[in-house]
Design a binder for this molecule. Structure first.
Ligand SMILES: *Cc1c(COP(=O)(O)O)cnc(C)c1O
Length: 435
């Protein structure tokens, strides 16, 4: 057969790569039952006021931002940008340097061909941040703290083991626990006494390893978990303690090491999961840090680590710069001083104005309003006053415990904090919340 003939025959038998009919952007038809159920569920959310409409920000994340639908700039009190590093010049610059030096991404998971020098460096930097001496601590990076929580329980526990979880733990912990075969126990939030009872129950059920897990800070309440009492109970039972410090890493405790440092128990916590997406630059990424033995197991068996892409170099650079800023006293101390001065200023002025506030010693300060409609209305009116806050209601918080969660940042100026208080007072009077 002549080569030309072969080529033309091959061409003819090859399936077409592109349809010749006009491309129409039409969705495939859904089965009626699914369509109906989902439409009804969404309608119920709209009717119940729980449908989430996203507000679109038209500027970088910062203390002062612009949002679609609001005239002029608004002061942002609902980001987890505790240290104001989300748009910090050094953080952004380092992200750019890493992007140019190391490329956009790895197109691989870590264990195939997705580990660069910078990933090992960031893991070591995080270990050092927690005071890990050589061989005493290791750290494993994830695409998010959600992933760290999704992987840790299944990887480390078997059906012979138990997880004892605080009743108010973050959704990602709940999901991670569901993925493991371990027996599940739940203790009343922050109660060392109930933790003790649940650990006894796990012991009586014949469970071998007992892993206790708690948020270091409960983000709806701004409450710090009582880790000293928890450590005492954990040690009495020979259990293992995992703390999720997403709302503490970088700023809680004298040098920002988190809830363990706040309570002076860093050396009694076996594992910490945390995020790079809140105080530490606000991009994305998470990690587990602690026992090298357990971290080695995670690297080999944790599914979100094994089967999801490596952290992008720019994100690694941003986190490294944020950690540098927090690790050095000269840059850390002014940031922490501003954050805690802002939190104290907001709390004392709001209390003086007659508002009921929750939480203690944290930059999350919930303004307790009770009624969901009041919380939603208040948040809406606050925006008209140039203050961006969000109302939280059932099912995110208990029924009749609706609130506006205010989050202070080192990036706020005292004048911005005062403006928030003034707006709360004006709107609070308007709605009859304060007199
Ligand atoms: C925000 C948060 C997470 C998720 O962190 P990401 O890195 O954004 O996935 C996990 N746990 C707690 C307690 C959090 O507050």
């Amino acid at each position: 057969m002549a080569p030309a003939t072969l080529a033309s025959r091959t061409m003819l038998s090859r399936p077409r790569l592109f349809s010749t009919t006009t491309a129409r952007c039409r969705q495939a038809k859904l089965p009626a039952a699914l369509e109906e159920r989902v439409s009804n569920a969404l309608a119920a959310m709209r009717a119940g006021g729980t449908f989430k409409a996203e507000r679109v920000i038209t500027t970088p994340q910062s203390a002062s931002i612009a949002v679609q639908g609001a005239a002029g700039a608004v002061v942002n009190f609902c980001a987890n940008n505790y240290l104001g590093l989300a748009d910090n010049a050094q953080v952004v610059a380092r992200a750019g340097e890493y992007l140019r030096a190391w490329g956009n991404g790895l197109s691989s998971v870590r264990f195939i061909c997705g580990t660069q020098t910078i990933h090992k460096q960031l893991e070591d930097q995080i270990s050092a941040f927690y005071g890990g001496g050589s061989g005493e601590r290791d750290t494993i990076l994830y695409a998010s703290c959600f992933d760290a929580n999704a992987g840790v329980f299944e990887s480390l526990l078997t059906e012979r083991d138990a997880v004892i979880s605080d009743a108010l733990n973050h959704a990602s912990i709940i999901d991670g626990v569901r993925l493991s075969k371990a027996r599940r126990f739940r203790y009343a939030s922050g109660s060392a006494q109930d933790l003790d009872a649940q650990l006894r129950a796990a012991h009586e059920a014949g469970c071998q390893t007992k892993l206790v897990v708690t948020d270091g800070v409960f983000s709806m309440d701004g409450a710090i978990a009582p880790l000293r009492e928890i450590c005492d109970v954990v040690e009495q039972h020979g259990a293992v303690l995992l703390v999720d410090d997403a709302h503490a890493t970088g700023f809680l405790g004298p040098t920002g090491r988190g809830s363990g440092e706040y309570w002076g128990v860093m050396d009694r916590v076996h594992l910490v999961n945390s995020t790079l997406g809140k105080a530490l630059g606000g991009a994305s990424g998470g990690y587990t840090t602690g026992s090298p033995l357990l971290v080695s197991m995670l690297r080999n068996t944790s599914r979100p680590y094994l089967f999801s892409n490596t952290l992008a170099p720019s994100v690694v650079g941003a986190a490294a710069a944020a950690l540098d800023l927090v690790a050095a006293a000269a840059t850390r101390e002014p940031l922490l001083a501003r954050l805690w001065a802002n939190a104290a200023r907001f709390r004392s002025r709001m209390e003086a104005a007659g508002f009921a506030l929750a939480g203690k010693d944290h930059a999350i300060i919930p303004v307790m309003l009770g009624d969901a409609r009041v919380a939603a209305r208040m948040a809406e009116r606050m925006l008209a006053h140039g203050i961006y806050v969000i109302g939280f209601s059932y099912p995110v918080v208990p029924k009749d415990k609706a609130r506006i969660r205010v989050q202070l940042s080192a990036a706020h100026t005292p004048a911005q904090v005062d403006a928030a208080v003034d707006a709360f007072v004006a709107v609070g009077r308007e709605l009859g919340v304060v007199s």
